[in-house]
Design a binder for this molecule. Structure first.
Ligand code: ADE
Length: 240
């Protein structure tokens, strides 16, 4: 899977991609992350990339030419037939795990990071296929959201997570939040590990974890429960 990021701040990506699981995923060629500085594609003699909004108003708007030329460069260089272009914006559809799942089967994904008051709408008309928000709050730019989207898609690509990490991944499995985890010591500051986890009875442990997952999801995210895969018995419990 290749990610292509169009940004005015490339160094933000270089730092994140040089650590931990992302670094390993790149080194083992499971993913490729190519960063393009939109400013490099500006034909303006001062390399300008923004201008005042027509109609007036506060802030600056990113001009279409440098973004369009960056996009053309990527699509031509990699011969991308049906480009998926994600524009990160608080106006977008809110990102979730099933969207990450869907994107993880793409060969190439292009991400566009906005800044200032946004980008010229004609870029959205011409090249953007998906407008995505990472949540109902406003950030200063699309770089952190792009990293979040890249990270969540990458960890779904086979071989990116070690076997152990992917096996223990539980949150959002069946649309439920993950059960609580404990490790040594058995007692910490007077708080003990639930007995069932020390029992060695795996059927009981699985049951306890499943119940905890349902309980915590009901409490914190009742909106998720509607889509959760529950047994008939569990459904009755949830409806009570
Ligand atoms: N740019 C600024 N805020 C954002 C958000 N919440 N999601 C995606 N892109 C953004």
């Amino acid at each position: 899977m290749r990610f292509h990021v169009m940004t005015l701040f490339p160094s933000i990506f270089e730092a994140y991609m040089n650590e931990s699981i992302m670094k390993k995923a790149i080194e083992s060629e499971k993913i490729e992350v190519n960063i393009y500085n939109i400013r490099d594609f500006s034909t303006n003699k001062h390399k300008k990339v923004d201008d005042y909004p027509f109609g007036g108003g506060a802030g600056m708007v990113m001009t279409p030419q440098p973004i369009y030329d960056t996009y053309k460069h990527i699509v031509q260089k990699y011969n991308i037939q049906n480009p998926r272009v994600i524009y990160l914006t608080p106006k977008g559809k809110v990102f979730n795990q099933s969207m990450a799942q869907e994107f993880s089967s793409e060969e190439d994904i292009i991400l566009l990071c906005g800044h200032y008051e946004g980008i010229d709408e004609r870029i959205i008309d011409l090249i953007v296929t998906h407008e995505i928000s990472i949540g109902d709050y406003v950030l200063t730019g699309g770089e952190l959201p792009a990293l979040i989207v890249i990270d969540s898609i990458s960890r779904l690509i086979p071989g990116v997570l070690g076997q152990e990490e992917s096996f223990t991944e539980e949150t959002f499995k069946d649309n439920l939040l993950e059960y609580p985890q404990y490790t040594r010591p058995r007692e910490f500051m007077g708080h003990t590990v639930p007995d069932v986890l020390l029992s060695g009875n795996h059927k009981m442990i699985d049951e306890w974890r499943r119940n905890k997952s349902i309980e915590i999801t009901l409490k914190r995210r009742p909106d998720l429960i509607k889509e959760a895969k529950l047994t008939d018995k569990e459904k009755k419990y949830v409806e009570k």
